[in-house]
Ligand binder design. Structure first.
Ligand code: URA
Length: 449
């Protein structure tokens, strides 16, 4: 791409001049992208000018250099965490979001038990996908609104902290994301990369692993798009000096046994206790795999087999559970959840059972439909300001590939009132497809990048 406005490089360019360059297919220079992001943050670009620029980027495209410059400018629109007083490799996992996607709650304490520090900034659920912060808040007292100082102290004390994004982290992204949402410019890979990586790079990491979901419950549903997103995220991370890798993983069906907030925490504490529930095996497998990748990147394990062995041993000997207990106490939560995770399960909920109409094999258990059903009964939010009912959820009693008989229970919805079940029963019934033949086996981890 040519820069059609480079003669203006050393002059102050007006927003419309910078927009013109991108509108006409030119390549923006670092200074021009910097001026755009400065204008987003200081209010000197009007929303209509920012929106026009986003649309020009969306339609004309961004080169790899522009994508990385945009990421850098968005990153430095806020603070980069300084964890230099913690003398351990700093690592994190980020998922592009899915249904029943709860691995953070296993991975963070597990990594801490393996001797790395995890400054995990997480988000809330929106749409059909859940969010780590909502899940954590189902533990009585758990505080996810840590100040930067509290966050740093907790990472230093117990090896990991999990908190929401403060206003100081990549503030440009908040404004840009809201305008992308309103102008139909979200689904463009370089903009997604800049948005995700500007926030992750602010954690001051040595290594990062990305879990890029693919399938109906994923943000990027098509496999090729998911791979392209994973490749772009990895390149941007590595270009920024953070050892970055990605796994593209299956999100056709929910991950694990439960979908919901408290029930997902319950599932994770059971895993940390070495009491993995039937249907949770994929949660355990993916948590260990993502952890192991980071242990190799951080130089803690010599190869992936040794890393898996180390991670499994820290689950079996209870050290990961103890890290979670320490963290709960430090983040204000009732740490007895580690001894009796059943305390998370609400009494008196209505149960609605989805059953199989025929004999056969489960060929589909559509993640998006199940995620949407949980949102509709109050377990998620459609608008950022909605409240979440932490208790409600769904239990996946049968997973893709399982053999079932007519009348067998495929899943159980836990809701507040029978009318809630009526609103989603058809959606849940339609989420399943039962075939006479078993489906071809599909890997949980589809590609490593
Ligand atoms: N998640 C983000 O944080 N940003 C995007 O643009 C898309 C998903």
């Amino acid at each position: 791409m040519r820069n059609l406005g480079s003669f203006l490089l050393y002059e102050v360019m007006r927003p419309q001049e910078i927009i013109t360059i991108k509108r006409d297919g030119g390549e923006l220079l670092r200074e021009q992208i910097g001026a755009f992001i400065d204008g987003v943050c200081d209010g000197s670009w009007a929303d209509y000018q920012i929106s026009a620029m986003l649309m020009a980027m969306f339609t004309q495209g961004l080169s790899e250099v522009e994508r990385d410059e945009l990421t850098r400018a968005m990153l430095y629109s806020g603070d980069v965490m300084d964890l230099s007083d913690i003398d351990l490799p700093k690592v994190d996992k980020h998922s592009t979001g899915g249904v029943g996607d709860k691995t953070s709650l296993v991975i963070a304490p597990l990594l801490a038990a393996c001797g790395v520090a995890v400054p995990m900034i997480s988000g809330r659920g929106l749409g059909h996908t859940g969010g780590t912060l909502d899940k954590l808040e189902s533990i009585p007292g758990y505080n996810v609104d840590l100040t930067t100082e509290e966050f740093r102290r907790i990472v230093k004390t117990c090896g990991f902290a999990m908190s929401g994004q403060t206003a100081d982290i990549a503030p440009a992204d908040k404004k840009l994301y809201a305008l992308r949402d309103a102008t139909a410019t979200v689904p463009y890979i370089p903009l997604i990369v800049a948005s995700i990586m500007s926030k992750k790079l602010a954690e001051g990491l040595d290594a990062l692993v990305l879990d890029v979901k693919t399938g109906s419950g994923a943000f990027m549903q098509g496999y090729d798009d998911s791979v392209r997103l994973a490749e772009a995220l990895v390149r941007t991370g590595n270009n920024a000096g953070v050892r970055t890798q990605a796994l593209v993983t299956d999100m056709r069906q929910p991950l694990g046994r439960y979908v919901g907030n408290a029930v997902e925490v319950y599932e994770c504490v059971k895993i940390l206790r070495g009491e993995t529930l039937p249907g949770s095996e994929d949660t355990l497998e993916l948590s260990v795999e993502l952890t192991a990748r980071l242990l190799v990147s951080a130089g803690i394990a010599a190869d992936i087999d040794k890393a898996r062995e180390l991670a499994n041993s820290k689950l079996q000997n209870g050290e990961a559970l103890e890290k979670f207990r320490d963290n709960c106490a430090l983040q204000g939560a009732d740490a007895s959840v580690c001894d009796g995770p059943e305390m998370l399960l609400a009494n008196g909920l209505n149960e609605y059972r989805v059953t199989s109409k025929t004999d056969g094999f489960v060929a589909e258990a559509d993640a998006r439909s199940i995620g949407e059903a949980v949102v509709i009964i109050g377990g998620g939010r459609t608008k950022a300001e909605d409240n979440v009912d932490h208790a409600v959820g769904y239990s996946c009693e049968a997973k893709i590939g399982d053999e079932v008989k007519a009348g067998d229970v495929l899943g159980v919805l836990y809701c507040r009132k029978p009318a809630d079940a009526e609103r989603v029963s058809e959606k849940l019934e339609n989420a399943y497809k039962i075939n006479v033949e078993p489906p071809t086996r599909s890997e949980l981890v589809k590609k490593a990048i």
